[in-house]
Design a protein around this ligand. Structure first.
Ligand code: NAD
Length: 467
């Protein structure tokens, strides 16, 4: 008996689709197979529940969201266990316990973020105010990499603003989200939050449904474009958090030993399966070898294995398909003469999707491993001598979620950061997020902001009263 068994039993359905543990191939449970009829019923229920939810007002909704955060904290260990078994990230390190902690942090932040009426004009030109009102129904479609945390980013602000939410988690990680929604719904009134387990067809049906005034989507750029097309007929507002290929630029004055650990986790958190992971690293020739050596030392010391084992802090890739993508990109780099410093030699016969932590250098800047999103633990390190050229390469792709600049001189780093095209540019760190700091991409990484007051505005409709 595991700590998560009873929670898992509330969300599985023995007639449903089997979900395999990515570390072992063993059965985790059967995910219910919801169809379009379930979507229609969830919409009906949400429509019926939303006006009363909106009428509760901000303070009461905030109180309930804080109570939901407390409920998540009470069941955090069970939720973390399900995430580890289904998605693969270890319990330990920046893994599933960390993810369950982020869920309650973001729930509390959604409850407490202030959003006041804006007085735009008040004087001889008259008066104008701007308020934000509920959209009504928000549809949310999520990915498999941080299933519970990203679901919370989507539903918590939407609920705070008085909307009802229907969610469609990834078909690879439905159980984590169904379990989270089961916990949160112990506290919320019935009908305001529903999660449906289904595949791409369910995502398409949700996208095309005129009931939704807003769709929150996190996933690949390709699917983001399909959602724009699929929703065009009824024009819901969209937040699209799409794929990234975040560059990092290490300046010649950086101290390799001092930055190595943050570089490492910037690239390898969640075994590289993070939207705003460091996915290509440009390092000045003066420090290149020392940076690569420091990263290789850390990588060799960081245990990877089944996430249920407390010793491991890196886990498997969630899907076999993702394993194949990473494997192919590294093989192509090898064939083109790049140097594999560490890793690059997966045991393809294992039942789990383990791809070893991999560093590839002496790689041409146009190699697929550099210019395509690997979404896994294989970091290409590109040597540079001319900073302008490195910035140009960093900016050359149709992606712009995050980026980072590394230097002993933060002011110098800030000057370079201004020239890098991304929604967020971090200095001497990569991927750090905060619930009060807006986060979102540009270019092929999508549009719209999450978190903070901007995130609340994004799940609302603006109302100007003028006169
Ligand atoms: P995906 O696009 O394959 O799937 C995401 C979701 O969309 C799933 O729930 C899927 O069922 C659904 N879907 C698929 N086709 C659809 C369609 N035509 N219409 C509606 N829904 C559809 O993405 P993924 O593989 O689950 O996630 C990995 C990608 O997500 C990576 O590119 C990663 O960078 C990106 N990501 C971005 C962020 C961010 O905040 N920007 C966060 C996490 C992941």
């Amino acid at each position: 008996m595991h700590s998560y068994d009873s929670l898992l039993a509330t969300v599985t359905d023995s007639r449903g689709r089997p979900i395999a543990d990515p570390a072992t191939g063993e059965l985790v449970g059967h995910a219910p197979e919801h169809g379009v009829g379930h979507l229609d019923r969830a919409i009906e229920t949400a429509r019926a529940a939303q006006p009363e939810w909106a009428a509760l007002g901000h303070d009461e909704r905030a109180r309930l969201l804080r109570a939901a955060a407390d409920a998540v904290d009470e069941s955090a260990e069970a939720l973390a266990g399900i995430i580890t078994r289904e998605q693969g990230k270890p319990l330990n390190g920046p893994g599933s316990r960390f993810e369950a902690g982020a869920v309650s942090t973001w729930l509390r932040a959604a409850a407490t973020t202030p959003l006041e009426t804006e007085q735009l004009l008040d004087g001889e030109h008259g008066s104008a105010t701007l308020d934000y009102e509920p959209v009504g129904l928000v549809g949310a479609i999520g990915p498999w990499n941080w299933p519970a945390m990203i679901a919370t980013w989507q539903f918590a602000p939407a609920l705070r603003m008085g909307n009802a939410v229907v969610m469609k988690p990834s078909e690879h990680t439905p159980l984590s989200v169904l379990a989270l929604v089961e916990i949160v719904n112990r506290v919320l009134p019935p009908g305001v939050l529903t999660a449906l387990s289904g595949d791409r067809a369910m995502g398409e049906a949700l996208t095309a449904h005129p009931a939704f005034g807003k769709i929150m989507f996190t996933g690949s750029t390709r699917t983001g474009k399909a959602i724009v097309r699929g929703s065009a007929e009824h024009l819901p507002r969209l937040t699209l958090e799409l794929g990234g290929n975040d560059p990092g630029i290490v300046l010649p004055d950086a101290e390799p030993e001092a930055i190595a650990e943050d570089l490492f986790w910037g690239a390898f958190i969640n075994t590289g399966q993070t939207c705003a992971c460091l996915k290509r690293l440009y390092v000045h020739d003066d420090v290149h070898d020392a940076v690569v050596e420091a990263l290789a030392d850390l990588a060799a010391k960081t245990p990877m294995g089944p996430g249920i084992d407390e010793r491991n802090v890196l886990g498997p890739l969630t899907t076999r398909q993702q394993f194949g993508i990473v494997d192919d990109l590294v093989e192509r780099a090898k064939a083109a003469g790049a140097r594999v410093v560490l890793g690059g030699d997966p045991d393809r016969e294992l039942p789990g999707n383990f791809y070893p932590t991999t560093l590839v250098t002496d790689i041409a800047p146009g190699q697929p491993l550099v210019v395509q999103e690997q979404f896994g633990p294989a970091l290409p390190v590109v040597r540079y001598t001319d900073l302008d050229e490195a910035i140009e390469r960093a900016n050359a792709l149709d992606a712009g979620l995050g980026a980072s600049v590394w230097s002993a001189d933060p002011e110098r780093a800030r000057q370079v950061a201004k020239r890098v095209a991304a929604g967020t540019v971090w200095i001497n760190q990569h991927g750090g997020i905060h619930p009060m700091v807006p986060f979102g991409g540009i270019k092929g990484s999508g549009y719209g902001l999450e978190f903070g007051a901007e995130g609340l505005k994004a799940v609302s409709v603006p109302k100007v009263i003028s006169g």
